[in-house]
Design a protein around this ligand. Sequence first.
Ligand code: HBI
Ligand code: FE
Length: 297
Amino acid sequence: MKIPRAPDTVKHGAAAGDAGRPLRPDWTVEQDWETYTQAEHASWKTLFERQSLLLQERASSEYLEGMRALPIGPEAIPDFRILSEVLMRHTGWQIVAVPGLLPDEVFFEHLANRRFPAGNFIRRAEELDYLEEPDVFHDVFGHVPMLMNPVMAEFIQAYGVGGLRAKALGGLPNLARVYWYTVEFGLVAQAGGLRIYGAGIASSHSESRFSLDDPSPNRISFDLERVMRTGYRIDDFQETYFVLDRMEDLLALDRIDFAPLYPRVKALSEVQPGVLLPTDRVFSRGTGAYHAGRRAR
Ligand code: HBI
Ligand code: FE
């Protein structure tokens, strides 16, 4: 249990403000690093150690390089002020503390200005494998190493700018799929085989194995329009992962004018998450066994 230190701060993980209204217009709060308990630092350590071990052989070189250069270790939940200093020097990004999920416009406005909103709370010890809202482990362990990479730094900012526009054009659901299948659940082909760069995978013990090692999911080449047509699962492992040939391919997306794509993609049929198309370049065709088993139960 934490005690708010100032009138403008809220307990870690508490909904911001009365009746869900934010205390600041940009929804940021103080991280209140000094008020994390030993139990919360211990949860971080458990998550950090088991995930670092798994990612050694599974994460992309960009992720591992970013992590090596950051003051992120097992002993304590990182202090956002210190992370921001290092990030700012490398790619001009900062980390700001938020109490949980933000409204789309608020989220995009932060990204467009190279501020990454990170949850300041950590999942409870009883739910280390599952959480509904992005916590400090997902946001810091999953996202921050990739924000050290100039390609990802550029791409996420462009997503923020594009998100504000997509909303006006009615294209947000399609654009959100691009973020989902890259920034959150992306794989990249590297010398040793497929590797993880998506934060949703990198911060998940079970999905970091499932995404690379399990025969169930499809792994196919990233294609922008294909991704924009493809629904995704928020409640379980992905049925399909999209693979970049190299991280630099994300930069091409910055130069694309998405406006004409939204009506074009909407005119095409939706693709269900587990379905393969004849035009897909397939790295591995999934058996679908995992999700078939879930549906049967
Ligand atoms: N807020 N804190 C936070 N983190 C997210 O990843 C996030 C969000 N709000 C909206 C959102 N993501 C997505 O729905 C958009 O990318 C579309
Ligand atoms: Fe995320």
